[in-house]
Design a binder for this molecule. Structure first.
Ligand code: ADP
Length: 180
């Protein structure tokens, strides 16, 4: 599914984010940047062992929840990996929405700083961190839409959904957006 917003495109695909050809791939990391399961494990396997060395060297303190940091992408086709730390869902009363939005925004700001024309996001926090996927879709898409309308970059934002349920949830929300 594709939607054009002025000069920018938001694209939803179902698949494996490590295979997507974009300038920057967003990782759903943990605050220790220690690697893990899910999309984090897949990205570390695809990038190679240099990635954990680079995160430890550049960010020995890790990365706070609601933020993101950049590394190179090792053996992946991308230039950069932006390691975003989303919140653990604890019912919605502990600033989860703000933290997910600010993790996304940090990635979009990193994309602008690094002159990335394209960026791919996974559905941050919706796996082990249990964020309800329909709510994550609303917050992520709202944050991305606002940013691209305001800044006209990055030109292409791909959201890579691993399973059909997540793809459906993001599609239903994206359909409610229009260029007006
Ligand atoms: P978190 O800890 O932030 O919840 P997870 O990695 O557990 O992160 O899950 C985030 C989302 O990424 C989930 O929807 C999961 O299905 C999805 N995911 C897992 N592996 C991949 C992959 N290779 N490409 C894209 N998405 C993936």
């Amino acid at each position: 599914m594709l939607m054009q917003f002025q000069a920018c495109l938001i694209e939803l695909i179902q698949g494996d984010i490590t295979q997507v050809k974009v300038d920057a791939v967003v990782n759903a990391a943990n605050s220790h940047l220690a690697g893990g399961g899910g999309v984090d494990g897949a990205i570390h396997r695809a990038a190679g062992p240099g990635l954990i060395q680079e995160t430890k060297r550049l960010y020995p303190e890790g990365c706070p929840t609601g933020s993101a940091v950049a590394t190179r992408a090792g053996n992946m086709p991308a230039e950069y990996i932006f390691h975003a730390v989303g919140p653990v869902w604890r019912g919605g009363g502990l600033d989860e929405e703000e933290l997910l939005a600010s993790a996304c925004l940090s990635c979009l700001e990193l994309a602008r700083e690094h002159n990335c024309q394209s960026i791919a996001f996974p559905a941050i926090s919706t796996g082990v961190y249990r964020y309800p996927v329909d709510l994550a879709a609303e917050t992520m898409l709202k944050t991305i839409h606002q940013f691209i309308v305001e800044h006209q970059v990055p030109g292409r934002v791909v959201i890579v959904l691993f399973d059909q349920g997540s793809f459906g949830a993001f599609s239903r929300v994206l359909e409610t957006f229009s260029d007006s």
